[in-house]
Ligand binder design. Structure first.
Ligand SMILES: [Zn+2]
Length: 297
């Protein structure tokens, strides 16, 4: 049976850090293998690839500041082509992402062309439900601006994102000012120093050296390295649950029309096929089972 979660080996890294003298935390990440795994399964035209790469880096950086388990997701929805961009990262640093768009129609060139755009972030703990959700109107021409705006509006936490994506390598730095005393000038100075960071440096240098060089006057505590990687959580079982929700009649009518039900995962492209016998078995085994309301993927 196909459909085991596809986890990919990766040399990608993420480091969280904190300033000793200020209520500022941050994270640095470099995600070429994660991006390679995502984009080799489904290719996205420009600039959608850039937006997805920046969102992937952002969600990993943000995940570093959250202790609770569960899937943290970031979505942009709007009236445009694409109409959905979505990325996720769980507490095991497994990432995935996808966009929904119509290949035959013109694509948005700029983020600001996404009409009535909304940026949503949510945390879903293991099991059911949502433990946190924030939604703000999409603002800015770049994902970094949209993320800064999100934290300002939704959390009232000044947050700076420096995101890079060249040569198929997403990199990023996040700085977040937590509640606590800090002179406005110090926050501004740290941000100006961060803005001098180049994408090339993030790709090439050791994080420890990089932070020392960047914030040479500051005491910084660097936390243990994390290893983000692409992993899709789709499975035949989850697709089965989706078919059960669809109902026996609807599933049977698809089989009658097309000979079978074929479902492809939007994140990784993995295909799941069900013929007439599979469908009958599935609904027969449902019998006394409790209704299932899990998400499909
Ligand atoms: Zn999948």
């Amino acid at each position: 049976m196909s459909g085991a979660s596809s986890e990919v080996n990766s040399s990608d890294w993420l480091y969280a850090f904190a300033f000793a003298d200020y209520p500022v935390r941050g994270a640095l990440a470099c995600l070429p293998d994660t991006w390679q795994a995502l984009s080799s399964r489904r290719q996205y035209p420009h600039p959608m690839d850039h937006w997805l790469a920046d969102m992937l880096t952002s969600i990993a950086l943000i995940r570093s500041g959250i202790k609770a388990s569960g899937r943290l997701s970031l979505q942009i929805r709007g009236q445009a082509n694409p109409h959905l961009l979505s990325v996720e990262c769980n507490e095991h640093w497994q990432l995935r992402g996808m966009a929904r768009y119509r290949a035959q129609l013109a694509l948005a060139d700029k983020l600001s062309e996404i009409d009535s755009g909304l940026l949503t972030m949510q945390l879903e703990p293991p099991g059911e439900g949502v433990s946190y959700q924030g939604v703000v109107p999409l603002a800015g021409d770049r994902i970094a601006e949209a993320m800064q705006n999100y934290f300002q509006k939704s959390e009232q936490l000044p947050t700076c994102f420096i995101l890079g994506f060249t040569e198929q390598c997403p990199t990023g730095l996040m700085l977040q000012r937590m509640p606590g005393e800090m002179a406005e000038d110090d926050w501004r100075r740290i941000n100006m120093l961060a803005a001098t960071l180049s994408h090339h440096e993030l790709q090439q240098q050791q994080p420890e050296k990089l932070l020392k060089k960047l914030f040479y006057e500051e005491q910084i505590e660097l936390f243990a390295a994390q290893s983000p990687r692409f992993c899709c959580s789709c499975s035949r079982e989850r697709v089965s649950r989706m078919l059960l929700q669809l109902g026996h009649e609807e599933a049977s009518s698809i089989v009658a029309e097309q000979g079978r039900v074929d479902v492809a995962c939007e994140h990784c492209g993995e295909g799941y096929g069900f013929d007439q016998i599979d469908i009958e078995h599935l609904f027969a085994s449902q019998d006394a089972a409790a209704p299932v309301s899990d998400r499909v993927q």
